[in-house]
Design a protein around this ligand. Sequence first.
Ligand code: FE2
Length: 476
Amino acid sequence: MKNPLTLLGRWTGNPAQDSGKEELFNPKVCVFRFQRSLKFNDNFHAQVVTGQVHLNYVPPERRITMQDLLLEQSATASSVAGTTPFPLLSPKGVRAYRKALFQREVINKCASSPFPGTLVLRDAVKHSRFIKDFWTHPETMRIVSEASGVPLEVVMPTEIGHTNIQVEGTTILEMCSNLKVEPSVEKLDLGPEDRAYDPLTDKSSIIPWHYDSYPYVCVLMLSETEGMVGGETYIKRGDGKAQKVEGPQIGHAVMLQGGEVEHLAARAKGVKERISTITSYRSKMPNVYDSSYITNVRPYADLNSLYPEWTQYRLRKLRDEITYYLNKAEKEPGSPFQREELQSLINLQIDYLQRTSRQMISPEYQEQILKKYGRAAYYDVFRIWETVQSLPEFESLASSTDQERGWMPESAYWMDFQKSIETIRVNKPLQSTFGIHPWTKTRKYYMGDELLRQGLNEVFLDWLGSSGLWELYCKR
Ligand SMILES: [Fe+2]
């Protein structure tokens, strides 16, 4: 669908449409407190004089480790699960960022509203020099890597600065017209219900329990949070309890290994606007498997630009793994050949390449499925799957669909399905969009489980439709 804002023809006087030149992100304008303050002291004065202070990094007070959370560290994870919020952008930096974000070109080309009441800006990096320079600058890369304890690399350009905006308005146009460079300090009155809000029991948490699409994220807050209730993240610990991590204040950021820890984002109440921007990373460490999926992104991304970026990023990682192995082997000629080690590396890369390919659902097929089942169902597949399992016809319909194989009879999904059944038979864990877990259910494993494991929500809905379960689900 064409973004309605592209129809805007003239300047309406709103700062959101300010087409005035954005500032440049200047690499020499970093301010470091604590141990770095002396080293950069001279620069600091120069920056104050020029009035261009953007970075304001102070290392996080605490890193929360997988061990702290009683979580077992998988082969794909690093030991740091997340950080407490830490300062990253100065007040001037926040305004420069907001100004860059609310430029007419960015708004026109990047705004969408995938959920009611939420405005999303994607791909701003392709239209704003400031945003691109800020996130890709070696100093910012060093900061995010240091904060999370692993050398990181941005997964792909389209995942730089994904921005979620909660602001007044019901249409994209209305919401955009309420965006101002100066952060809003207006608070909203909270009723007793809002004050009693508990994201762990209330189903309206903004994002329920989930794993992220990519291994690491940096969440940067661009709004005032004073007076805000909620907005924090909860991480599920190994003992089943929820550990709270405070949300960042304005200009602050948090790092989270969101692809490896199950977490929930609490709804923020009491403020007029909430703007957070998120950049996703993978570890640059060789031999660390990358748990990324593009399931959540597919419905609102331009697939023709997402897929080339996705492929390049995946193949680059593959190249790094191969180069790492070859460098090691060439440096130590004559050392004993580690057959099993090499076979395990090859098997990992086969899985990796297979997922790279499976994630690229055909754009036409996706469009057809979203039209038939709706975007809401796409994002609600786990609840739908739980619900259909309680229907009396569930086992017979699911079993007969899988036995007859009339649905997509020649697809590779049936081979994947068999492989997973074998993995379950030998008691090995299954890798999935919801972490790495052994199959513990007492019922049979169905194609529905397989498709959800792979994060192929479109194909899952299609299978559900062909089994007759979707129809029963709608009629129940
Ligand atoms: Fe998340």
